[in-house]
Ligand binder design. Structure first.
Ligand SMILES: Cc1ncc(COP(=O)(O)O)c(C=O)c1O
Length: 366
């Protein structure tokens, strides 16, 4: 079996090699500061005793697990600290497939491309349920697609790439569908802090033995490079996940866990609100400029991506490269997120230059 290099690395490499100034809106790497306490935690760490430089418990530092468990209203035994939400998703999907209740993983279209990649890697079979044009998922469509062969339903709200935030009712119905088919709902909530209307609803709010929640600090604390995330499992599913995590990773970064814990203790809600405010401003500036350029676009309710469609210029890989060379703006081809958004491009609002980027797009395509 060959594993495909995610398209996103190809686009980033192309943008990096470009012979001109390029506004980089490819990746989900925040350009804003992590919490001050997180930086302090890392500084402090450098001077700790030698034992702090040795293996942490595989499942994660006890104090960090306790803090997460208290915040999320779950039992500490349910929490596994992972190498980002990415590993949390891998563990959750692997756990669903190894129950031998089916081989199919139901995903949405558009989809975060790592989900089909992991599904195939784990020997599962991806199947897709289309969202509506705003990115909302109709539970009736999921119910129709689900079968005896469904091992898991994997969803992400707030959503990358659509910006949709699923209402509580949707999450509740998805849990019910998972229960009815003896499957697992995997709810990836890594953008939970980027919820602009306060409409986000966590699957943890619904008691069930059929849901696994994944999350991480990459986005909320602007630390995609530190690799600290977690998964919350039902009690009866956690043991195997701990085993797999140990065999694959031994453990995840100890300094990262230490710094995240300090940041959780010492960061007040203002930090998160400032980040949301910055993004609200960027969403306004970018979409207003797209509007003026006559493009079609999405207005995210959550996460930090905008999808745009330009008449006669579909979001293919070739056109993405052309925009890098000719307009000096790098986005992601919509085709990377499934069939339904092939005409679209996705732009990550991780640069202060969003207005300039939209003007460049308008100048080239308008
Ligand atoms: C939907 C989604 N899940 C998971 C991840 C990976 O997050 P982490 O850095 O915590 O592994 C990302 C990163 O872009 C994402 O968009």
């Amino acid at each position: 079996m060959e594993y495909e290099t995610p398209l996103f690395f190809r686009v980033m490499a192309y943008a990096n090699e470009a012979d001109r100034d390029v506004v980089d809106m490819v990746s989900g790497n925040p350009d804003w500061d992590p919490p001050a306490a997180l930086r302090e935690g890392l500084r402090e760490y450098a001077d700790l005793e030698p034992d702090a430089f040795q293996y942490p418990p595989s499942v994660g530092l006890r104090a960090l697990r306790e803090e997460i468990a208290a915040r999320r209203g779950v039992d500490v035994e349910q929490v596994v600290i992972t190498n980002g939400a990415g590993e949390a998703n891998y563990l959750a999907m692997a756990r669903a497939l190894e129950r031998d209740r089916g081989e199919e993983i139901l995903l949405t279209d558009p989809v975060y491309p790592y989900y089909p990649g992991k599904t195939t890697m784990l020997g599962g079979r991806p199947a897709y349920v289309a969202t509506d044009e705003t990115g909302r998922l109709d539970p009736a469509a999921v119910r129709e697609a689900a079968s005896e062969d469904t091992a898991a339903i994997v969803v992400n709200s707030p959503n990358n790439p659509t910006g949709a935030v699923y209402p509580e009712k949707t999450i509740r119905e998805l849990v019910t569908i998972a229960e009815a088919h003896d499957a697992i709902l995997v709810s990836d909530e890594v953008y939970d802090h980027f919820d602009y209307a306060g409409a986000f609803s966590s699957a943890l709010g619904i008691e069930s033995n059929h849901r696994i929640v994944t999350n991480g600090f990459s986005k909320s604390m602007a630390i995609t490079g530190l690799r600290v995330g977690y998964a919350v499992f039902p009690h009866h599913l956690v043991e195997n996940a701990r085993g797999r995590h140990m065999l694959v990773n031994v453990a995840t970064t100890r300094p990262g866990q230490y710094a995240v814990l300090k940041a959780l203790h010492e960061t007040d809600p203002d930090y998160y609100e400032r980040n949301r405010e910055r993004l609200r401003e960027r969403i306004d500036a970018f979409t207003e400029a797209l509007e003026a350029a006559g493009a079609e676009y999405t207005r995210p309710e959550g996460s930090f991506y905008v999808m745009a469609r330009f008449d006669g210029f579909p979001g293919t890989v070739e056109n993405t490269f052309e925009l890098i060379d000719e307009a000096g703006v790098a986005g992601m081809p919509g085709s990377g997120f499934g069939d339904s958004r092939e005409d679209w491009l996705r732009f990550a609002l991780v640069t202060p230059r969003v207005e300039e980027a939209a003007d460049r797009l308008a100048g080239y395509l308008g």
